[in-house]
Write a protein that binds this ligand. Structure first.
Ligand code: FMN
Length: 279
């Protein structure tokens, strides 16, 4: 039997907590009304209450229209349509000041620091998302940040040892999408030992994802189809054949995202193992 959101709701003492987790969906259309400053402070503070290893995070928030229009060049038009933009950053700098205040130097290598710092910032980001929901707000992460670090560093005067992890738009929702599908639990939950997914399991999982997202018209409405070649030519006969399987396989095989190692280096973070950084 497949566990459904209502099964989880029935198991918990506070059903609204289950709804907060299981009914959440990314929001991409917002009302124009601004978000109160105290609500912004509240969801950032709640974000901070996430588990941490070194509190290696900073959040840069902007509500200025001109700034959001500039950011749309990096993150797309969602930023102009949302009243609040937050940039969640991995921040080694402040932790290193704390270490220095006790007369020591950070000698952990930067790749290890990144593994830990990304966790601090990511758990904080997701806590902010859930807190924002509880405050009546909707949100959507925007993933371009680490690939646009040079530009973001200049725009926000980010010093060395601080690196942008993810953007987040927030506001009062002007849409109420239902929760979106996930691959089946048995693909993810391994009892006692790792169970490699069979070919049939792969097809079953992709069917679940495709069915849910094609039904919603997800990629068509988002205009998020990744074209097969630079001219945008596409062999798929109809938009409705473009589901999650097609999207992730195109995303990770065709887009060839890269450049992070060099941008990290320009932010004073060395993952090459050579111990040399620029700037
Ligand atoms: C790191 C990260 C980057 C993301 N980047 C984008 C983005 O650039 N644009 C967008 O519309 N959604 C983005 N999303 C949202 C995902 O598309 C969304 O969470 C996923 O499709 C599942 O949908 P749901 O959040 O409604 O359940 C991102 C999510 C994460 C975690």
């Amino acid at each position: 039997m497949v566990m459904q959101p209502e099964d989880i709701r029935a198991m918990v003492d506070a059903p609204e907590v289950a709804d907060n987790l299981m009914q959440r969906a990314s929001i991409r259309r917002f009302e124009e009304r601004p978000v109160e400053t105290e609500k912004i402070e509240a969801f950032v503070r709640a974000g901070q209450q996430a588990p941490f290893t070194g509190q290696m995070y900073s959040v840069i928030v902007t509500t200025e229209r001109a700034r959001r229009e500039e950011l749309a060049g990096i993150f797309g038009p969602l930023v102009t349509g949302a009243p609040v933009f937050a940039l969640v950053c991995v921040d080694f700098r402040r932790l290193e000041k704390f270490i220095a205040a006790r007369g020591r130097t950070n000698r952990t290598d930067d790749l290890s620091m990144l593994f830990l710092g990304i966790q601090d910032a990511a758990y904080m980001g997701q806590n902010m998302v859930l807190a924002a929901e509880a405050l009546g707000l909707g949100s959507c992460f925007l993933g371009a940040a680490p690939f646009a670090a040079d530009q973001l560093r200049e725009m926000f005067f980010m010093p060395s040892r601080v690196y942008p992890l993810v953007g987040l738009v927030l506001g009062y929702p002007a849409e109420r999408p239902g929760p979106r599908p996930r691959i089946p639990l048995e693909c993810v939950l391994h009892w006692d030992t790792y169970q490699d997914l069979t070919d049939e399991g792969v097809e079953r999982a992709l069917d679940v994802m495709d069915a849910g997202l094609i039904r919603e018209g997800y990629y068509r409405r988002l205009n998020a189809k990744i074209p097969l070649d630079e001219e945008g030519k596409d062999e798929l006969p109809a938009d409705d054949d473009y589901g999650w399987g097609e999207h992730v396989s195109r995303k990770y095989s065709l887009l060839r995202l890269s450049g992070i190692r060099d941008m990290l280096s320009r932010s004073g973070i060395d993952t090459s193992g050579s111990g040399e950084v620029q700037g």
